[in-house]
Ligand binder design. Structure first.
Ligand SMILES: Nc1nc2c(ncn2[C@@H]2O[C@H](COP(=O)(O)OP(=O)(O)OP(=O)(O)O)[C@@H](O)[C@H]2O)c(=O)[nH]1
Length: 206
């Protein structure tokens, strides 16, 4: 077991998207390596931690799993602001979950930090015969909205590790650049903006 202080950076990653798209399963797959049977709907928010290694440095990911149901929206919104990365999830076998993406982007616009790293994820890629959203449609949407894109399957562990590791890597790169940069008005803005700072262990300690 690593000790709590044994990490260089701490990043908050928040998953959002309609109920039932597989947010909880993605988090469980990555943090615990399992696909839980009979997963109930998330109530409010939940978080799990996983420490990974990026270029020889330990990076701690605090992964927040939010409830997709409308009635929890006011609770989940408060978590956007401190996110370093946001993963917007839809289900490739369920068109309405894709059609709701503009609403999720609206939420991000209203509540998240402008510099947040955004990923669009089409989950349940194993449901080949039930696919309703072609891959290129998801990819095109992501490009138009300044998001990175991946299709995943929490069930078959496809691209899940890749998703979180890419995020950890990107955030680490950004953090290293910030560490090198002298203190500027821009970095002050970032802190005032309420986002948890992408910076070294000293200021991000829990
Ligand atoms: N085939 C398939 N089913 C999946 C996958 N991921 C999740 N599911 C199923 O989809 C259902 C919903 O999964 P959850 O992870 O609870 O969805 P959620 O987005 O967290 O839902 P809320 O907590 O209500 O927001 C469950 O029945 C899962 O077994 C996947 O990759 N493939």
């Amino acid at each position: 077991m690593w000790k709590m202080e044994d990490y260089k950076y701490l990043f908050k990653v928040v998953l959002i998207g309609n109920a039932g798209v597989g947010k909880t399963c993605l988090v469980r797959r990555f943090t615990q390596g399992l696909f839980p049977p009979g997963q109930g709907a998330t109530i409010g928010v939940d978080f799990m931690i996983k420490t990974v290694e990026i270029d020889g440095e330990r990076v701690k990911l605090q992964i927040w799993d939010t409830a997709g149901q409308e009635r929890f929206r006011s609770i989940t919104q408060s978590y956007y602001r401190s996110a370093n990365a946001l993963i917007v999830v839809y289900d490739i076998s369920c068109q309405p979950t894709f059609d709701c993406l503009p609403q999720w982007l609206n939420e991000i616009e209203m509540y998240a930090n402008t510099k947040v790293l955004k990923y669009l994820v089409g989950n349940k890629s194993d449901r080949v015969n039930l696919r309703e959203i072609p891959r290129y449609i998801g990819e095109d949407f992501s490009q138009r909205h300044d998001m990175k894109f991946l299709e995943t399957s929490a069930k078959e562990a496809d691209n899940v590790e890749k998703l979180f590791m890419e995020i950890a890597k990107q955030l680490t790169l950004q953090a290293r650049q910030n560490d090198l940069r002298p203190y500027t008005s821009e970095s002050t803005d970032r802190l005032d903006g309420g986002s948890s700072p992408i910076s070294s262990y000293g200021c991000c300690k829990l």
